[in-house]
Design a protein around this ligand. Structure first.
Ligand code: NDP
Ligand code: 2IT
Length: 445
């Protein structure tokens, strides 16, 4: 790493102690930006990087609620409004017991570059809570969401900060959050949240967008090697919103998706995952993969363990951060891996990324490959602003255009900076320069 950036990085890490995931996200970006600062000394003079690594606002609040037994529960809520150089803060809400400020900051930091790569007018932010919706009744989730929004509403708005879904936050949670926002503000402000229901302001394709977009980006990478998804043996981690739709899209392109996972274990289905059954089990019944295996029959369910023990020619990690380590990467490379597209945010550890890149595997980082979700959220905002709703076909066409554009921008930037095929470099530089130019123009704020 460039010595000047090394000094800045050390200061950033020292200023944010104990936030390992945030440090990981920062170091990866810094490792890409030396050549950019050689070309643009004005970025150093204006302390762009130092400002970029310090969120514009960090909000932490108490969320009290009562469970179905009438017991008082207390959770912690977060919203990090990281950077608004390109537009209102835009990023998901994660409800998971592992959420703490360091997780929210890593997600928000990645979101800045991801949103910039989409070319849409959106800044970067993220939020959430250590609340775990799993096993909770609809009524308990509703009461939590209402209490959470009773604090958050004063900080968000369609021109200020627009949350959406992430782990543990799907259509149900967005509905309860929106209802409480509307009740408090007495405004039908459609654009304040994205991922809304289709009948009350949501966008077609938004539920599918992240998974579809990850596959589209990975398909574009495969095309650079004269390949495609057709005939590929694919392994997907996770079985939530991103994973299920990535499986559906990959299969529509001729792949056989032979495995997926949840936090309890994974299933190997050599004939190909039955997507309709998986949706029924995971999205309707909110069940476990074990239930899928029992109903499917003739498949192998492995309790615990790593889905990355299953051979694949294409891997799509769609669960959570740091789920795929160096050892798993080496095993996948040894079993003939051609490409990996990150549907999740930062699912590969630093060691895993190094293994993939040294082996010449096509590696699509999450901030580029999984941007289809937030891009389609921006399309939802566009429809809300014009009080319009587009067809599925038109919206999917726009999503495809955006994802192909992100791929081409990353590929061209990597080429320009002398590392053709390095999508990590291309994504980091492509996103950073757009944000840095805007920050320079807007003065010292
Ligand atoms: N939703 C979106 O619009 C976008 C999401 N992402 C990222 O994609 C990833 C998945 O998000 P999404 O599909 O929305 O979330 P969901 O809650 O719908 O699904 C998450 C899936 O990952 C599994 N999972 C979650 N945490 C862990 C863990 N610690 N260990 C093992 N498995 C785990 C869950 O298993 P279980 O069912 O057992 O909980 C579930 O199968 C996240 O990294 C998210 O940040 C990226 C871009 C957009
Ligand atoms: N969770 C998301 C989607 C955010 C959004 O749609 O605003 C992400 O890009 O990580």
């Amino acid at each position: 790493m460039d010595a000047r950036l090394e000094a800045i990085k050390d200061t950033v890490l020292a200023r944010n102690p104990g936030e390992a995931e945030f440090h990981q996200a920062v170091v990866e970006v810094f490792e890409s930006l030396g050549p950019v600062h050689d070309r643009h000394p004005e970025f150093l003079e204006a302390a762009i990087l130092e400002r970029l690594c310090e969120p514009e606002r960090q909000i932490i609040f108490r969320v009290p609620w009562t469970d179905d037994a009438g017991r008082v529960q207390i959770n912690r809520g977060f919203r990090v409004e990281f950077n608004s150089a390109l537009g209102p803060y835009k990023g998901g809400l994660r409800f998971h017991p592992s959420v703490y400020l360091g997780i929210v900051k890593f997600l928000g930091f990645e979101q800045i570059f991801k949103n910039a790569l989409t070319g849409m007018p959106i800044g970067g932010g993220k939020g959430g809570s250590d609340f775990d919706p799993r096993g909770r009744s609809d009524a308990e989730v509703m009461r939590f969401c209402q209490s959470f929004m009773t604090e958050l509403y004063r900080h968000i708005g369609e021109y200020t900060d627009v949350p959406a879904g992430d782990i543990g936050v799907g259509g149900r949670e967005i509905g309860y959050l929106f209802g409480q926002y509307k009740r408090i503000t007495n405004r039908y402000e459609s654009g304040v949240l994205t991922g809304k229901g289709i009948s009350w302001g949501g966008s077609l394709v938004r539920p599918e967008a992240t998974g579809f977009g990850t596959v589209i980006f990975t398909q574009e990478m495969l095309k650079t090697r004269g390949a495609s998804f057709d005939g590929q043996r694919v392994v997907v981690s996770g079985s939530g919103n991103v994973a299920i739709n990535a499986i559906a899209k990959a299969q529509s392109l001729g792949a056989v998706v032979v495995a997926c996972s949840d936090s309890s274990g994974y299933v190997v289905d050599e004939s190909g995952i039955d997507v309709a059954l998986l949706r029924e089990v995971k999205e309707v019944q909110r069940g476990r993969l074990k239930d899928y295996a029992e109903r499917r029959g003739g498949v192998t369910y492995v309790d615990g363990g790593s889905v990355w023990d299953v051979d694949a020619t294409v891997a799509l990690p769609c669960a959570t951060q740091n789920e795929l380590d160096g050892a798993a990467a080496a095993r996948l490379v040894g079993s003939g891996l051609l490409a990996i597209g990150e549907g999740a945010n930062m699912p590969s550890t630093r060691d895993a990324v190094a293994v993939f890149q040294e082996a010449g595997v096509l590696f699509g980082p999450g901030k580029a490959a999984n941007a289809g979700g937030v891009a389609t959220s921006a399309l939802e905002m566009q429809q809300n602003a014009s009080r319009d709703s587009w067809s599925f076909e038109h919206t999917e066409e726009r999503l495809t255009e955006i994802m192909v554009g992100i791929h081409d921008r990353c590929a061209a930037t990597a080429e320009e900076y002398g590392e053709p095929g390095n999508y990590v470099l291309g994504a980091n530089i492509g996103g950073f320069v757009k944000v840095a130019d805007a920050m320079l123009a807007q003065g010292l704020i």
